[in-house]
Design a protein around this ligand. Structure first.
Ligand SMILES: Cc1ncc(COP(=O)(O)OP(=O)(O)O)c(N)n1
Ligand SMILES: Cc1nc(C(=O)O)sc1CCOP(=O)(O)O
Ligand SMILES: [Mg+2]
Length: 486
């Protein structure tokens, strides 16, 4: 029996042409394996090119229809066009009946893509509605309408100060070669860039984006990963849309995004320095067991057990001792002819002539990637989801770590465990770049990691907290050999 699809609640306008609004929302939800209910706020009489009239639903009828909120509690809500203040207040009142944890994604459309006005909200109702939203997704003109500021810099700072936790400013209206959407989150500013498809005026692109984000958040993706996936959906929609009128095009129903060509290139806060020379390839791209250890003593023990790759991961220590340990690690790697990576300390790794360095997402911002590439060191990087993965794929690192797959007690993780299904999806996006799974992996998890298409596993506690570490290494090697044979 298959799991129940996630329920998305869609509240917005009916576009009589079917290009946008609730019809587009329903097509999007169905394509992304969800199920939706729909509550209309208005009927917008329009063709693909022309908007004729808007008829707002009576608030009493709207309130009645919104009782579906408790009858079929949604996993996420997508809000679209709202005709007037009374409707906005009615929606707000009804939303109090459901847990505050249900994400609300508002596409604040007030002008349709067939060029007609759908609604008019006062600043005070906009402000109140924003307090119940998790994410609001204005394009550049809507940024001004939402904030009441015509200057886009002022509009942006107003929305960041007064808006919801997440703000996605869509760049579709800007005339650049890349269509870049910018997500302002509490921790970071993410850029999602995809090639602009020239000469296509696709109907319902805002509906597709916000509804797809709602679908992905309903399935438990965090906001940046949901936006990344939605951008891939939108990009594929643009590439497969068919003309329906003079300049207008309609996208087919989307499907779950898997094609790497449609995923955006992401940037977190600042652009990463791209390296002219690239990073050295691994000598053994199928390296199997990858112990990650925190001392020279442990490194010696795992290398003596015959692993072809290992990592020295030392967090806090005196700089002189660290210097000595990194040099010792490099010497041990040479002695055992093993690929020894140094975690974090990239300057020391370059100085000591290490085989490679492993960097996390935060380290990537501060490390001199060109210096690492020029020194011909290999580079391994950590990722924890789509947005981070799309940030590092253009670097073509020597390997990409996909974590954390299962719950781990070795490190306090800010993200949720990914699980083997997501692991398979990330693996597919990595193409020819070697990958390694990390987080909560022992012999019992190796078959599902391999079934996800990942050949290599990085482990900490399965070795360092084992009662008999040499036996644990042998057991892990045996489990890997069994799945490679199968
Ligand atoms: C193989 C591998 N994968 C992931 C990590 C984690 O690296 P990072 O995100 O930099 O976190 P710290 O290890 O520095 O805490 C890793 N070390 N190795
Ligand atoms: C150091 C580390 N990095 C992770 C990531 O996901 O980036 S998970 C992790 C800890 C892995 O330890 P164990 O094998 O004991 O679960
Ligand atoms: Mg690190």
């Amino acid at each position: 029996m298959t799991a129940h699809p996630a329920v998305i609640g869609c509240i917005g306008g009916i576009d009589t042409s079917g290009g946008a609004g609730l019809a587009r929302d329903a097509i999007t939800v169905a394509g992304l394996h969800g199920q939706c209910w729909q509550v209309p706020t208005l009927v917008s009489q329009q063709s693909h090119q022309y908007h004729h009239a808007t008829y707002a639903l009576d608030c009493q009828v709207l309130a009645q229809a919104l009782s579906i909120l408790v009858d079929a509690l949604p996993a996420a809500i997508k809000l679209g066009a709202i005709a007037n203040d009374a409707q906005a207040q009615c929606i707000l009142d009804q939303l109090t009946a459901i847990p505050a944890t249900v994400p609300v994604i508002w596409d604040p459309v007030q002008i349709s893509s067939a060029h007609g006005r759908l609604g008019q909200l006062s600043q005070s109702l906009i402000n109140t509605l924003l307090t119940r939203c998790t994410l609001v997704t204005p394009n550049l003109p809507e940024l001004g309408l939402l904030s009441g500021q015509s200057d886009s810099t002022l509009a942006l700072s107003w929305l960041r100060a007064n808006g919801p936790q997440y703000l996605l400013v869509k760049g579709g209206h800007a005339q650049h070669a890349q269509a870049t959407d910018i997500l302002y989150s509490p921790a970071h500013t993410w850029h999602f860039a995809g090639p602009r498809v020239p000469d296509i005026d696709m109907r319902g692109s805002g509906c597709i984006t916000a509804t797809a984000i709602a679908c992905f958040m309903a399935k438990g993706y965090n906001c940046e990963d949901a936006v990344c996936l939605a951008k891939a959906v939108l990009s594929e929609s643009y590439h497969t849309a068919r003309p329906v009128a003079a300049t207008q095009a309609l996208a087919p129903a989307p499907h779950w995004p898997e094609n790497a060509d449609y995923f955006p290139v992401t940037q977190r806060n600042t652009a990463l320095a791209s390296s002219a020379t690239g990073f050295g390839p691994l000598d053994q791209p199928y390296f199997g067991l990858y112990p990650v250890v925190d001392s020279i003593d442990w490194l010696q023990r795992v290398l003596a057990a015959g692993v072809s790759i290992a990592q020295l991961r030392i967090k806090a220590t005196n700089p002189d001792i660290l210097h000595q340990q990194v040099h010792q690690a490099v010497a041990l790697g040479r002695k055992y002819q093993s690929q020894v990576f140094i975690n974090d300390h990239w300057q020391l790794a370059i100085e000591a002539g290490a085989y490679g360095v492993h960097l996390g997402q935060d380290d990537l911002t501060t490390a001199d990637l060109a210096a690492i590439a020029n020194a011909r060191l290999r580079l391994g990087v950590s990722t924890h989801g789509y947005a981070e993965l799309c940030r590092v794929l253009p670097l073509m690192p020597s390997y990409i770590a996909l974590g954390h797959v299962y719950p781990t007690s070795t490190k306090r993780m800010p993200s949720q465990p990914q699980g083997p299904a997501r692991l398979a999806a990330y693996q597919a996006l990595c193409g020819s770049i070697p990958t390694v799974a990390i987080g909560g992996i022992g012999p019992a998890q190796i078959p599902s990691v391999r079934a996800a298409g990942v050949h290599n596993v990085a482990v900490v506690s399965a070795i360092t907290r084992a009662a008999n570490p040499p036996a644990a290494i042998a057991q892990l090697q045996e489990a890997l050999a069994n799945v490679q044979r199968a």
